[in-house]
Design a protein around this ligand. Structure first.
Ligand code: ATP
Length: 356
């Protein structure tokens, strides 16, 4: 168990991390998600021991790894690291990359040459590079290079793997494939993983738990499904799942949008923080578009984008602009159409609210 306790980090007078608290359980797969500059890499560097905190402590089980007074250096920690840029050495073969950390890492192979070769073979097989052991980086594709970086990181059997945007240099198809490879590695090595990304789809797909960061602060920590269906802050609601933030009034579990008080929406699992601020975060696929003569709010379609599996509509509703995703089999609308809008899965209700 790794515990980040009230950790802040300043670069000169700029505070990159503000009093972060985080626990990484044994074998847990955590994604750190946030926009550029929110402090993801800073957090990773602190976890690795490349620098120390300005305030707070980082501990593993009962041992303090880093405080303002002392920082255990990376080579004395049982960690593996994978970077966006692969960071391979041009003069070393694939097998030599895997062998290298086994000679200095705290978890290095202490037995003989045979055991060392067995470990190298096992790791190369795990990442599917056993046939390419003697190749140099210049003779490998992007995906193969990233596999070498992964193999090098897991070779000493670290109990914590730190990954900084490891897939962002790869094309879309390869990224999808490598996501599965990383999930497989996680299953087989049982190491805890901290995976930094700015891609919400990647974080949702791969992690047990997502830490959403914004401007050096943690906005929410939750499993992917909870984060997506029940965001707790405006930032999380819009960054993960691109929610429309509809303004209105909450009365118990009923919501009356300001834009059209004839409509009443039921609470489909909105966090309490939105209820106090008079907002209903509605994901694009939670809305339903209907013909203008149906009940519901009225809006005008301003953009239509065909996406293959669904259609993305931009709809002007009074002063607001909403994004609405509909299935390709639903009724089609064109730019300029007047449409009715309601909330899917909600009991259809209009009229006066009975106050509770
Ligand atoms: P990206 O996704 O673009 O890599 P990030 O979320 O990883 O961003 P960090 O690299 O952790 O962000 O940087 C957080 C903030 O700290 C940024 O505003 C950055 O400019 C600043 N920063 C990072 N390193 C330093 C440094 N050595 N000196 C001064 N400021 C720094």
């Amino acid at each position: 168990m790794i515990k980040v306790n009230h950790v802040s980090k300043k670069y000169g007078s700029f505070t990159a991390l503000h009093a972060i608290d985080l626990e990484i359980g044994d074998g847990e797969f955590i994604a750190v998600l946030g926009p550029s500059g929110c402090g993801k890499t800073t957090l990773l560097k602190l976890l690795a021991g490349f620098m120390g905190p300005t305030d707070g402590t980082i501990s593993m089980d009962d041992t303090v790894l880093a405080s303002t007074k002392h920082v255990l250096p990376p080579e004395k920690r049982n960690i593996g690291m994978v970077f966006q840029s692969f960071a391979l050495w041009p003069h070393m073969t694939v097998a030599e990359h895997v062998k290298f950390p086994l000679s200095y890492h705290p978890n290095k192979v202490k037995e003989g040459r045979k055991e060392l070769q067995a470990r190298i073979d096992k790791v190369l097989k795990l990442v599917g590079l056993d046939a390419l052991a003697e190749r140099y980086p210049s003779e490998l594709s992007g995906g193969q290079k990233q596999r070498v970086a992964l193999a090098r990181a897991i070779a000493p059997l670290p109990n914590l793997l730190l990954m900084d945007e490891p897939l962002s240099a790869l094309d879309v198809e390869l990224r999808m494939e490598m996501r599965k490879e990383i999930q497989k590695l996680h299953r087989e090595t049982k190491a805890s993983i901290v995976f930094v990304t700015h891609d919400q789809g990647e974080a949702l797909a791969i992690a047990d738990k997502i830490v959403v960061m914004n401007q050096g602060r943690i906005e929410q920590i939750a499993p992917p499904e909870v984060l997506y269906t029940r965001p707790e802050t405006e930032f999380v609601a819009t960054f993960v799942g691109k929610c429309n933030l509809v303004k209105g009034q909450w009365r118990g579990d009923q919501f009356v949008p300001t834009i059209d008080s004839d409509n009443v929406w039921h609470d489909l699992g909105v966090a309490d923080s939105f209820k106090t601020s008079g907002i209903y975060p509605v994901r694009p696929e939670q809305f339903q578009l209907m013909t203008a003569d149906s009940k519901g709010m009225q809006g005008v379609v301003s953009f239509v984008q065909y996406q293959g599996y669904e259609i993305h509509y931009t709809v002007e509703v009074g002063e607001a602009t909403w994004t609405i995703h509909e299935s390709v089999v639903a009724t089609r609308f064109e730019t300029g159409d007047v449409v009715g809008i309601s909330l899917k899965n909600a009991p259809k209700q209009t009229g006066t609210i009975v106050s509770n």
